[in-house]
Write a protein that binds this ligand. Structure first.
Ligand SMILES: N[C@@H](CCC(=O)N[C@@H](CS)C(=O)NCC(=O)O)C(=O)O
Ligand SMILES: [Fe+2]
Length: 296
């Protein structure tokens, strides 16, 4: 007998500063939940960190009597710090990310010149392989491998909902960039094809909304909505056309303002650098390490 597809409750938290969408996905029957892609606040001008976003998530958890079972990241983010460790310290939940993170760790440990950094994924409680299954209370989830934006990106499919993060954005906003180290426009195209092969009614939840035209932030659509309406997907009939479009667009985008700050935290599972003898933490910013400078 075919298993019934359960419908999780999904609550989104939009972070205006980074245009990121963070989620709580909960099982209405057991009240177990997962947190997806939580943000740790960072103001690069003052070097201050804060937990406004993560605390708002914790408040929702408390107010709704939820039990956090998982803290899930879809990929190593280049535009914000992950709040996975902070939330683990508050909830005791397990952290997880895709198993190809080890390749991203290998790549970035060279950028930061960290020969002793363990590029083995040991910074998370669970590394998901493509096809892996997991549970949130009585809800069944599985993992799709969705590389392209990063080589470790994954999609979490939980009941009738797919958390696609930086593959496709809302239909009027197109797709994610593929020009970070390890990115690939061809792989992104293939990942998108796998996502739009899910049932048409699948709810799609995106990882960012850059509010084209200044509209209100939006984060939920469907597979059918993406197939017919995504400005990048519906405009490109072939993989070749998509690669040409994506590559040309990527050339116009400046690097995210936090990429060099964020990756050193995020390849370490969302841990800030250790405090030095004076009790202060320092980030390491490599010079001339990335292409894609956009001068005035
Ligand atoms: N202006 C943002 C850009 C962030 C960015 O590059 N976002 C990635 C996802 S991590 C993306 O795919 N952006 C697509 C686009 O800007 O068109 C920043 O500096 O943080
Ligand atoms: Fe991203």
């Amino acid at each position: 007998m075919k298993e019934a597809v359960l419908k999780p409750d999904v609550h989104a938290f939009f972070d205006k500063r980074t245009s990121s969408v963070q989620y709580i996905v909960s099982d209405p029957a057991t009240k177990h939940c997962a947190i997806i892609d939580p943000v740790l606040d960072f103001d690069e001008k003052s070097g201050s960190t804060a937990t406004f976003n993560a605390d708002q998530i914790l408040q929702y958890v408390d107010a709704n009597g939820l039990k956090v079972e998982w803290i899930l990241d879809t990929h190593p983010h280049a535009d914000h710090f992950s709040a996975a460790q902070y939330l683990k310290s508050k909830t005791g939940a397990q952290t997880a990310i895709g198993d190809r993170i080890v390749e991203v760790q290998e790549l970035w440990k060279r950028v930061y010149n960290w020969p002793d950094f363990p590029a083995d994924g040991s910074q998370w409680d669970r590394l998901f392989r493509a096809g892996d299954r997991f549970n949130i209370g009585a809800l069944a989830g599985h993992v799709m491998f969705s590389p392209g934006h990063t080589l470790a990106s994954i999609t979490y499919v939980i009941g009738d909902a797919a958390f696609v993060h930086d593959t496709m954005f809302m239909p009027d906003s197109g797709t994610a960039r593929t020009d970070f180290p390890g990115g690939s426009a061809q792989q992104l195209w293939q990942s998108i094809q796998a996502i739009v092969a899910l049932p048409d009614a699948t709810r799609i939840f995106v990882g960012h909304d850059y509010q084209p035209g200044g509209r209100e932030p939006l984060w939920e659509t469907t597979v059918a909505g993406q197939k017919s309406g995504n400005t990048h997907v519906s405009k490109c009939a072939t993989e070749t056309e998509f690669i040409a479009m994506r590559t040309a667009r990527d050339k116009t985008l400046p690097m995210p303002r936090l990429i060099l700050a964020a990756l050193q935290v995020n390849i370490n599972g969302g841990r800030l650098p250790p405090a030095e003898a004076n009790g202060k933490r320092y980030l390491k910013i490599p010079l001339d390490a990335l292409n894609g400078a956009k001068w005035d």
